[in-house]
Design a protein around this ligand. Structure first.
Ligand SMILES: CC(C)(COP(=O)(O)OP(=O)(O)OC[C@H]1O[C@@H](n2cnc3c(N)ncnc32)[C@H](O)[C@@H]1OP(=O)(O)O)[C@@H](O)C(=O)NCCC(=O)NCCS
Length: 145
């Protein structure tokens, strides 16, 4: 018989989470954000916590009445198990316009966002400074438009 001890809690990031968040950031991105950037943006972030450990995070900010997903990652050993979906589901609402940028090579993230109603609406040429890669601009409309 199998027992499922998997229990995920999504809540606001706090100072104590920063070391784990930065560790996930470093293994997830070629140009990781620093601890200071996360500290400044602390209120914009949610973390996914499992048995006290941070297994993922997402950051969202408001710009001129629109919601922008500024960052998101899941710890590599916990990817493809639905945590990214739980994080994006936790920040979306039916009434707001959401935007985000995603590397054109990042098919996993693009697919995840499409599953949640984001559509590709444009391209930012050379958006990523580390390798000059383009970004897809993705947008999710409010539900009743
Ligand atoms: C993108 C990321 C956050 C997804 O998190 P995750 O927990 O693995 O995602 P989930 O398990 O919730 O997957 C949700 C959906 O995403 C898609 N997906 C996830 N991983 C995928 C992969 N390796 N290949 C293709 N599709 C993938 C699938 O459509 C999946 O839904 P499905 O299984 O029902 O088809 C994670 O891969 C990650 O941290 N990547 C590195 C950082 C990053 O790229 N962040 C996004 C920057 S824009």
């Amino acid at each position: 018989m199998c027992y499922n001890y998997f229990m995920l809690i999504i809540e606001h990031m706090v100072e104590n989470d920063l070391d784990q968040v930065v560790a996930i950031e470093r293994v997830s991105f070629k140009a990781p954000k620093s601890a200071d950037i996360f500290r400044n943006d602390e209120k914009k972030y949610l973390v996914a916590r499992e048995s006290g450990s941070v297994v993922g995070y997402i950051g969202v900010e408001d710009i001129a009445g629109e919601r922008h997903v500024i960052n998101m990652a899941v710890r590599p050993d916990r990817r493809c198990q639905g945590i990214g979906g739980k994080l994006i589901g936790a920040v979306l609402d039916d009434d707001s316009v959401f935007f985000l940028e995603v590397r054109i090579s990042n098919q996993a993230a693009k697919k995840l966002y499409e599953n949640f109603g984001f559509k590709q609406v444009g391209l930012r040429k050379g958006y990523y400074q580390d390798n000059g890669e383009d970004a897809y601009i993705m947008k999710k409309e409010p539900r009743n438009t």
